[in-house]
Design a protein around this ligand. Structure first.
Ligand SMILES: C[S@@+](CC[C@H](N)C(=O)[O-])C[C@H]1O[C@@H](n2cnc3c(N)ncnc32)[C@H](O)[C@@H]1O
Length: 233
């Protein structure tokens, strides 16, 4: 049973013991949420508003509409609350831990709760978006929980879940080694080159990348990737 193996059950057990707060989902670094959301907004801006050059000349138009985003590995909904709902009308939260989703629904999202379209309690290793549903699928600090093979399959399913001009965004830690395994939470940190190999195998074109600023140097560097499905001729 590929998706019921110890790799996934260990991660689920780990997160089940973590408190449903910013500090909980950010491993004690809840204070970094501000810098995190600030850089995410900066990163996505050119795709939302279009890119402008000298003399306010439009270099590239807005890439997608802003009706519905999917927040993958959403936890308590932190990314949606501090970032995605500043841009998108509604979000779906996909998260395998029911306790986190309950917290999102019952208190954490506050007045933004009515802009959560669906709470989807499922692991990303099986999550299959409905066809052509999302303008953007945002995956942050969760993809290390998927094995390489499952990550490629996940991206393949995500491509089908995007609207015609939709995009996938990834924001994840990077390591120097090809990958570092963490037995405590059953995850792996990938190198930049391993991510790029996986994007390529998934039929995704990398159109922009950037490194998160203002994080402590003791932490892994965090990179953001903007991805478009490669259209078959
Ligand atoms: C480091 S937290 C990040 C949460 C959120 N993305 C944020 O930045 O605030 C990782 C989250 O991924 C969830 N998670 C772990 N494995 C998962 C899986 N296989 N599928 C979906 N979610 C998973 C955990 O329950 C936890 O909420």
């Amino acid at each position: 049973m590929e998706n019921q193996d110890k790799w996934y059950t260990d991660a689920a057990d780990y997160w089940d013991k973590v408190e449903a707060t910013d500090d909980g989902v950010l491993g004690g670094f809840g204070n970094l949420s501000f810098f995190d959301s600030r850089d995410s907004k900066k990163f996505i801006k050119e795709f939302v508003e279009g890119k402008y050059g000298a003399n306010n000349h439009l270099i590239s138009p807005p890439q997608f509409e802003t009706h519905l985003a999917c927040d993958c590995g959403a936890g308590i909904g932190r990314v949606s609350k501090v970032f995605l709902l500043d841009i998108f009308e509604k979000v779906d939260l996909v998260e395998q831990n029911p306790k986190f989703l309950e917290k999102a629904k019952n208190s954490y999202m506050g007045s933004l709760e009515n802009r959560v379209n669906s709470y989807i309690c499922e692991g990303l290793q099986t999550f299959t978006p409905e066809p052509k549903k999302y303008d953007v699928i945002w995956c942050q600090w969760v993809l290390g929980h998927l094995k390489n093979y499952d990550l490629i399959q996940f991206f393949e399913r995500c491509k089908k879940g995007l609207k015609d001009k939709g995009m996938i965004f990834v924001k994840e830690n990077n390591c120097i080694n090809e990958f570092d395994v963490d037995d405590v939470d059953s995850s792996m940190t990938r190198s930049d080159s391993l991510f790029k190999e996986i994007f390529q195998k998934s039929g995704l074109e990398l159109v922009k990348e950037a490194t998160q600023k203002n994080f402590p140097s003791s932490l892994y560097p965090v990179k953001m990737y903007a991805l478009k499905p490669i259209k078959k001729e």
